[in-house]
Design a binder for this molecule. Sequence first.
Ligand code: ASP
Length: 405
Amino acid sequence: MHSGPTLVHHGLAAALALGLVFGASPRVAAAQNAQGSQQHAAGAEHQHGAGHQHDPSHHAQHHGDNPIVIAIHGGAGTIRRGSMTPEMEQAYRAKLEEALRAGYAVLQQGGTSLDAVVAAIVILEDSPLFNAGKGAVFTNAGTNELDSSIMDGATLRAGAVAGVKTVKNPIRLARAVMEKSPHVMMAGAGAEAFAAEQGLEIVDPSYFFTEARWEALQRAKAQEAERPVLRDEEEGAAETDAGARSLGAADAAPDAGAHDVAFPDDYKFGTVGAVALDRYGNLAAGTSTGGMTNKRWGRIGDSPIIGAGTYASNESCAVSATGHGEFFIRNVVAYDICARMRYLGLSLQEAADQVVMQRLVEQGGEGGVIAIDRQGNIAMPFNTEGMYRGYIDRDGNLVVEIYKD
Ligand code: ASP
């Protein structure tokens, strides 16, 4: 049932720990209206104002039986109601909605799932709110080192970059690795040289400086000075109920709430990701991150690792993860969800729940995933207090949520 995919492609422990999920109830912001959407009508502008009512007949008319779906995340963690100002919460919600709409517009206009994933992630990378691109967290050395990956479910092609310091939009570089090189993964200076060759936007490392992330690093270091560096397993056990953590600093930070008010995502995983299903029936997934606050020694998490933080296959599903990367690498989380669907015949929700709500929980691995399948089903389990997340489903409904309940 691969519908001619190639024809249409163009197109630390701590660190952050966790955070606060905004709690709130799911919000149905607006129904999407596919009216006016024409296949390949690139550039067509659609009105997506809140309050538009979705008309399924338009959907059917323009997309045939093929659903289009997009889901995104902006990190999971101990995001608590009351630890964020209404203004801050609104800012997160607005940015998530903007990213969803951008990705969905691509799908409506006949773009591919890869195009939609990149469009959504670039918006989140360019926002200081999320731990990716502009808002990337700081390493122990005071640098920003970014990781990203992307995968095409139709062909199983994939691209990834790790530890880049000068590439404005790492998701674009991951895609270039996939499409413009014979490789899957590049790291450090070599990846940056490739980015320049490909004409991608290069920025001075100072572009990634934000006061809030810098202060978060200082707090992580202060905590670390009081506590020894623990191994992940110890951290996981020690922090099961913790509201905060940073790589190398296993402090449970009982007063995390105070910090949270100042900058609510000090204690969460702020990685961003997107998964999409296009009208050609093809799945794609992408993830981008600054990693974990106070990371060192060239530490790389799950986000740029195909199979751990990102995976997509038309045979099963598309997954992007966020959480304590070490656990996600060891459990090959994204691939395991897809494999459970294929091998065990599980539904998307069952497969995602088994991995995120059972296996990871048993090990103390905090985080969550967004996942979709070829029928347009959506699953977004997370075992933290919250996860910045949203989707536009196959009926055109837009939902943005932050907290668990
Ligand atoms: N998974 C990312 C990492 O371990 C962190 C995150 O999701 O925020 O690098």
